[in-house]
Design a protein around this ligand. Sequence first.
Ligand code: NAD
Ligand code: TYD
Length: 329
Amino acid sequence: MKILVTGGLGFIGSNFIRHLRRARPTWRIINIDKRTYAGNPANLAGLDVETIKKDICDAKAVDWAMTGCDLAVHFAAETHVDRSILDAGAFLQTNVIGTQVLLDAALRRKVRRFLHVSTDEVYGSVAKGYSKEGDHLEPNSPYAASKAASDLLVRSYFVTHNAPVLITRASNNYGPYQYPEKALPLMITNFMDGVSFPQYGDGKQVRDWLHVVDHARAILLILEKGGLGEVYNIGGSYTCRNRELIERVLKLMGKGKELIVRVKDRKGHDRRYALDCSKLKRLGFKHAYDFEKGLRETISWYRDNPRWWRPLKTAGGYRSYYQTQYKGR
Ligand code: NAD
Ligand code: TYD
């Protein structure tokens, strides 16, 4: 079996490849990744995978990478909501055009199953109840809108071309190798340095936390057992308000609440995400991680691996982003 992974140098893609190496040791893995600020070769150190450093919008490179592949799992994307608020251009280019280029190559190269990795953010903010796969898409950030557009494109290739596609929509991931701009690795690494965490607004926004290894397990299950043309929600095992999460991390790290600083809220900030995952459960999925265990292990991982995250936080690009994002907020 030969599988193409896109975005394998990123957080979830690299964890998926690590899981695949354990779960399907004989598979040949090809990874195409442009290596943006979020793509890090250290994430795949020591793993048997062929990485092609190319843009998924490059049709020739994608066609070549896809040749002879039986399966494809598409992670590559611009992924940070705050960056999409500052500048949406790269989000539209990679997340929408890149997906179209991949779909065309998958059709041409007769890939047997193409799984598109998406997000719960496409449903928008849900005041109560739980989002089901058939619900309307009401994305509120440019990031979410670009993901919703790519989901609809994937759907259209199923209807129009009978493309063998599947879509997954996961909630907020956490775990090792997450770039320290996202909330959890940002707060853990800031707290380690005695630096405050900027809480957006009242901190009452609700997120559903999924361990990245559980996400990888669910993706592999859906890739192998899911119905073509179907969408599957992948939720976590724990839902809470941001404020509760921050206080929990502080407690586990033995730090005080003075490290929480309330800053101006994110524009268009979604108040709550919540997924109905009964369809995934019907495929036989069970979480391997409860949140307490996952969070403790994640904090330990960042504590044990400053050589992974410190160079990222001290790099010029990160510092200028941090300045733009948080200065005077
Ligand atoms: P990430 O930002 O950590 O990594 C993205 C990867 O894609 C990087 O390696 C980057 O170099 C690569 N990439 C970006 N643009 C590219 C391009 N034009 N061509 C080739 N490679 C390119 O992202 P992540 O958190 O691992 O997310 C992976 C996928 O999962 C995304 O599609 C995202 O929308 C989805 N998702 C993420 C979360 C989450 O909590 N992080 C939740 C649900 C869904
Ligand atoms: P994030 O990790 O950016 O994921 P998403 O926006 O995709 O859910 O943020 C998680 C939550 O944490 C979200 O409600 C925004 C909030 N947040 C802060 O309060 N401060 C921060 O500095 C960041 C990055 C996020």
